[in-house]
Ligand binder design. Sequence first.
Ligand code: ATP
Ligand code: MG
Length: 577
Amino acid sequence: MTHPENSSSSEKTGRAAAPRKDFLREKVAEDFASGRFGRPIHTRFPPEPNGFLHIGHAKSICLNFGIAQEYAGRCNLRFDDTNPTTEDIRYVQAIRDDVRWLGFNWDDERFASDYFERLYEIAENLVRAGKAYVDSESEEKIRERRGTVTVPGTPSPFRDVRDRSVEENLDLLRRMRAGEFPDGAHVLRGRIDMAHPNMLMRDPPLLRIRHAAHYRRGTDWCIYPLYDFAHGLSDAFEGITHSFCTLEFKDNRELYDWLVREAGFERPPEQTEFARLELDYTVLSKRKLLRLVSEGYVSGWDDPRIPTIAGLRRRGVTPEAIRAFADKIGVARSDARIELATFEHAVRDDLNMRVPRVMALVRPLKLVLTNYPEGQVEMLDASLYPHDVPKTGSRPVPFSRELWIDRDDFMENPPKKFFRLAPGREVRLRYGYLVTCTDIVKNGAGEIVEVHATCDPATRGGNAPDGRRVQGTIHWVSVPHALDCELRLYDRLFTAPNPDALPEDRDFVTALNPDSLVTVRAAKIEPSVAGDPPGTRYQFERTGYFISDPVDSRPGALVYNRTVTLRDSWAKLQERG
Ligand code: ATP
Ligand code: MG
């Protein structure tokens, strides 16, 4: 089949990406106009390589890369890799692939793990300035002394310089770095304020001892910076102007500001928080996704049911659809969950404009045209795109005496509003003829195994010369020409709209949807798709959008993943009533 498919982005929606003016962009526009930073607008996307990216990250990617593009600035990809026990080079590679696939290129690639020495120097300077000290209390004790929101913390016995001098602190810090102490023996803390109303300012831990191999540093480093120590300073090292992050980091801003000020940065980055994306019927947390993957609830990080970029890609979602979705939901100052329908709408909108239509049957039922000559085959011309899509092209579809139709398109005793095939009723076979049902063949168990009909030879193309009307049009595939295929029908991953907040604190996995994947092994598809490469997207007429599975589909063993139904399945259920 020839259909220039799937890849071109320019010809699709025709809706230019006029950036919406959200509060982040307003701020950037202001700073750009005033030249406040004295350098170009510079953003970054800072993932921790401890899992695959999900659609929440895509929102952040679109934001950071998008804003840099709009202001002819720069955007870094920075791996915030400060935790040796959870990070992996495999995740780094997957993150790079996903960002590129989404359509973005970073200016510089950076790793927080390259900043360990520089952070260490800042740590020594803080100690010299009396702004940091080595605490030798246990982690538990330190936690106890932090106090609560209403109760001020109490100082550690090592906090006061009269108890532990600058010299002694420096000596301990150096020996921590040299690997002289076991994990947890000491921790470097900022000396800020143990009664600070912001709990994060109560002498935050900065460097902790971890004798663990890091995927990039190996075992050459054993005092790992805490995320809070590394993150804001890494932004400053890179000359970032605008650090965008999600709302849960609001309180951390004060600490980042303190650190960059103490480290002597003029015109440091400014952090602004926005609401993280939360999507109904799924989870957007790497920790939870990791559990689903590692405990085998799904087949891997690219399982089409999970909202990872890799999963969405394998499911058939396009990067353009994800970008359009990110654009549509915009950014907000407070959290709000997004309905799945909003996402699916963006997916359909995009696929509608780009993918060819073909015919496939989910539940094939044989239709025999008793007056159609045996052995005769006609090649019918079937257009690949409907009239309202600015693409053209057609493929030949073989028509013969025996056809597969969908079981759902036939009813022996139909209700009044059923406009498809039923005894005595006439329907249009898409691109073909009008046919009238004459007979039903049942097996011993009373199940319908075959339907008989007559074909009106004067109606080729689907219209009757006498102008009589038929209400229904159904799709079909010629039995001797049909290809066998497997269909993977994906549905929402969870049965609860918010699996993060189940009643009685139930574990989120208890809300997994047992029908999130229904595999149909005996489906049929028209022969025109035979030569298409894996990863080709289609609309199966009247059924949904599908992609040939990039991993498992091959000639002779075709597998198609359902990207999305043609419309909201709940709406459809209601309509059927
Ligand atoms: P998770 O909560 O899934 O573990 P994370 O915040 O720990 O995500 P990071 O790798 O630290 O994952 O995130 C990289 C960037 O992506 C951060 O700037 C973070 O704010 C942003 N981000 C993560 N999740 C979302 C989300 N759901 N919506 C918007 N941005 C997000
Ligand atoms: Mg994080």
